[in-house]
Ligand binder design. Structure first.
Ligand code: FES
Ligand SMILES: [Fe+2]
Length: 385
């Protein structure tokens, strides 16, 4: 049956256009910057290209297209020589600005010997690149905010994970507005949920309870988890900073969670998570480090739960929504700003939009479901309820 036929029968048809042919304009994090600072060139597959990342002698991190414009050698297999990356094929030397600086065996460098270079930023332990299909520099004000805890001694170091996901990266963005999936996919229990979109920033504010039916009770002597408060904002198309507080009996634990990605090609992306935890007296210094590792693993599990859905789902341009769903269409309109030329960014893509979900009905339904799960567990003799 074709889509048109099913529509005629009153059956909702899924519509899905092709994935975008271009990659989002904006800052993208390629991971912790430290791993790129060993003096060797690194390969990163991103934006439908192969990139070379290297630290030049002046200490700067540089990102170029990996394929040498001379005869196509792979610069990420080359050698860093001074401030340039030397191609392994004929030793042409490329600077971080994308210009060929020197050809050791030639009298002069050809005019216009230039390759693609990405603007980089090394901030708070992470390497960012600015991607713009139109080739413009980042406009003033379009930046990644500093993360205070990232450079402070009373916070842990980053616990970082990355996973390659075989889906278009729009799937991960939809999570911003998708309250219900947090209950069904991630076994959390949202009780408050609000979105604010404005300019290049999309925010999700969520409060939630811990799910006694989803995890074993706290070990003897360890405080039980009560719930969490999360204020998570995407700064541009791919980098989310989540100020996340876990509420435990008698104490709060403050974390910063990074949830970010970069597209490899139209049908895959690298999903990354990073977490730092603030040390406090009750937690102790080692306790905070342990907590960061544990939370990092917990968040990774959350990603795996999403990935399991994404790898089996269909792309849907026209989701069929109920009243208790978040503003998926408005979010996608916001997201569209990164895929059109800067001159074509329409007011409705960047205007302030605010929406708070009425959680009355979901909370009622979820309370009941949790109780039923606990009762079933008790009946089955599982004493962990
Ligand atoms: S292909 Fe790179 S120097 Fe010849
Ligand atoms: Fe999710």
């Amino acid at each position: 049956m074709t889509a048109a036929e099913t529509e005629r029968d009153g059956v909702r048809a899924i519509e899905a256009g092709a994935v975008p042919a271009r990659f989002a304009r904006g800052w993208h994090c390629l991971g912790l910057s430290e791993r790129f600072k060993d003096g060797r060139p690194h390969t990163v597959d991103a934006f439908g290209a192969k990139l070379v990342v290297f630290r030049s002698g002046d200490g700067r991190l540089n990102v170029l297209d990996a394929y040498c414009r001379h005869m196509g050698g792979d610069l990420s297999r080359g050698t860093v020589k001074g401030d340039e990356i030397a191609c392994p094929f004929h030793d042409w030397r490329w600077g971080g600005d994308g210009r060929c600086k020197k050809i050791p065996y030639a009298r002069r460098v050809p005019l216009r010997a230039r390759t693609s270079a990405w603007t980089t930023m090394d901030q708070d332990g992470m390497l960012f690149v600015w991607n713009d299909p139109e080739g413009n520099p980042p406009p003033p004000g379009v930046t990644i905010p500093r993360i205070e805890g990232a450079t402070r001694d009373d916070w842990t170091d980053w616990v970082w994970h990355e996973t390659l996901v075989a889906a278009n990266c729009r799937e991960v963005m939809d999570n911003v507005v998708d309250m219900a999936h947090f209950f069904y996919v991630h076994y959390s229990f949202p009780t408050y949920f609000k979105n604010v979109f404005e300019g290049h920033v999309a925010t999700q504010i969520m409060k939630g309870l811990s799910r006694p039916d989803a995890r074993p009770p706290a070990k003897e002597g360890r405080p039980g988890m009560l719930g969490n408060t999360s204020v998570a904002a995407y700064h541009g198309p791919s980098f989310m900073i989540d100020d996340l507080t876990y509420h435990y009996e008698g104490m709060d634990i403050d974390c910063v969670l990074i949830n970010c990605h970069y597209p490899v090609d139209a049908d895959s992306f690298v999903l990354q998570s990073g977490i730092i935890v603030q040390r406090n007296e009750r937690l102790g210094s080692a306790g905070a480090d342990e907590m960061a590792v544990r939370l990092g693993a917990f968040i990774l599990k959350g990603f795996e739960q999403d990935v399991e859905i994404w790898k089996n789902k269909a792309r849907v341009d026209n989701p069929l929504l109920c009243e208790e769903d978040g503003p998926v269409y408005q979010l996608r309109r916001w997201y569209e700003q990164f895929y059109v030329d800067a001159a074509d960014v329409a007011p409705e893509m960047v205007e302030r939009f605010e929406f708070e979900l009425d959680t009355t009905r979901p909370v009622e339904a979820w309370r009941k479901e949790v109780e039923e799960n606990l009762a079933r567990r008790a009946a089955a003799g599982g004493g962990t309820a």
